[in-house]
Design a protein around this ligand. Structure first.
Ligand SMILES: Nc1ncnc2c1ncn2[C@@H]1O[C@H](COP(=O)(O)OP(=O)(O)OP(=O)(O)O)[C@@H](O)[C@H]1O
Ligand SMILES: [Mg+2]
Length: 375
């Protein structure tokens, strides 16, 4: 089973520039989580902190009983072996062909024979649709192919924690659809803990168990997918619908008066400030779309039942559309138990986190403020 990642009160600055403060979240073992956020809010910095490449100045990141913010270099090296990471820029070695790039972690961290390495590398290349490209140099292939080579390399060590930084950027829409299915299939096969940073709304709406949003130097929200997908918070609606109108601006955040004026203008044009259709077609709207399932013939995702039990325990924390959407995702036995009050409230453990006002919520089970949106 995948490994739990527990982040508490994490704060990161570069010099006098604070990137984010008091980030608290738990990645539940074996579940898929997606982190959203405007460009420059520090999503990549967050992923790099999780693997110990950047050192936050406050807070902790606990993985397998090790706080990797404070551990020794030696222990960090050991914990890193649990990770498969796709960096945003692919980070391939320019002078090595794709085969050697993908084989690199195997040669570095294992004592496998060359024939075994060859088998694994070709299998992963096949998986991401790169068969036949073994001999190519990174400079000779397309951006999308480089991305997929980075994916293959992230998978060769059978990681227990998978971090993908924008795996879909630079891919055409059809390949993004394949990639989304690949992520769900991989999760079913290896039961690893996934954290994916993406700007693709379709991916965010259909792939993860949990969704989070970084905004204004805080984790604005993190919780079960139903929580964000039913949220009426303006910044969440704007993001999930890919709209200009809302708190997020091109280069900096807008002030309240400007946002209100834009919303009024949008409504005047006949638009719905709360239900715009995003630029990627299938994405907009209020409904919670069904989550992608593993391809036929694959095992069920083991995380699925674990997650159902987890959210059943949290059900009492939600109301309205969110509670309804969560109820719709539960099997009858768990729903009956939840309604009978069998579950005791649990704090933390992958729970929701709400911090829309930039006020640290303190616990992962903070109370959702009353909707400030429509109705
Ligand atoms: N090593 C570094 N030294 C100094 N500043 C850095 C460093 N790495 C990142 N930053 C700054 O941290 C901020 C967040 O960067 P980051 O790359 O994490 O954004 P992001 O959310 O991933 O954006 P995008 O969606 O565009 O990829 C930026 O202002 C960036 O300039
Ligand atoms: Mg980034």
């Amino acid at each position: 089973m995948g490994v739990e990642v527990r982040v508490e009160g994490l704060t990161k600055s570069f010099g006098s520039q604070n990137i984010w403060s008091d980030v608290t979240l738990t990645l539940p073992p074996g579940e898929i989580s997606v982190l959203l956020g405007p460009s420059g809010t520090g999503k990549s910095v967050f992923l790099k902190s999780l693997v110990g490449l950047l050192k936050p100045e406050r807070g902790s990141i606990v993985i397998s009983d090790t706080d990797i913010v404070r551990t020794s270099e030696h222990r960090l090296y050991e914990v890193r072996k649990l990770f498969g990471v796709l960096f945003q820029d692919g980070a391939l070695f320019g002078s090595m062909n794709l085969f050697d790039n993908i084989a690199f972690p195997l040669r570095e961290h294992t004592k496998k024979s060359e024939s075994e390495i060859r088998r694994i590398v070709l299998e992963k290349m096949d998986m991401v649709g790169l068969q036949g490209a073994e001999g190519k140099l990174p400079g000779e292939i397309s951006g999308g192919m480089r991305k997929r080579a980075g994916l293959a390399r992230a998978l060769v060590l059978d990681p227990e924690i998978i971090l993908f930084d924008e795996p879909d950027s630079g891919l055409d829409p059809v390949r993004v659809a394949y990639l989304n299915q690949l992520i769900v299939d991989l999760n079913a096969q290896i039961d690893a803990t996934f954290l994916i940073v993406t700007h693709d709304i379709g991916t965010a709406r259909t792939v993860p168990d949990n969704l989070g949003l970084l905004f204004r130097r805080h984790l604005a929200m993190f919780g079960p997918r139903e929580q964000l997908l039913t949220s009426q918070e303006p910044v969440v609606r704007q993001f999930l619908n890919g709209r200009r109108e809302g708190p997020i601006g091109m280069s900096e955040e807008k002030d309240v008066a400007q946002v209100e004026a834009e919303m009024a203008a949008l409504e005047a044009r006949g638009g719905d400030a709360h239900n715009g259709i995003g630029p990627k077609g299938a994405s907009g709207g209020d409904a919670v779309p069904p989550q992608l399932e593993p391809s036929p013939g694959l095992p069920e995702r083991k995380a699925q039942r674990r997650r159902q039990e987890r959210v059943a325990r949290m059900l009492h924390e939600f109301d309205g559309d969110t509670a309804e959407a969560i109820r719709a995702s539960l099997p009858p036995d768990l729903l009956a138990q939840a309604d009978a009050g069998v579950f005791q409230p649990t704090a933390g453990a992958g729970g929701r986190h709400w911090d829309a006002d930039g006020v640290p919520a303190g616990s992962a089970t903070a109370v959702l403020p009353a909707s400030r949106g429509r109705s």
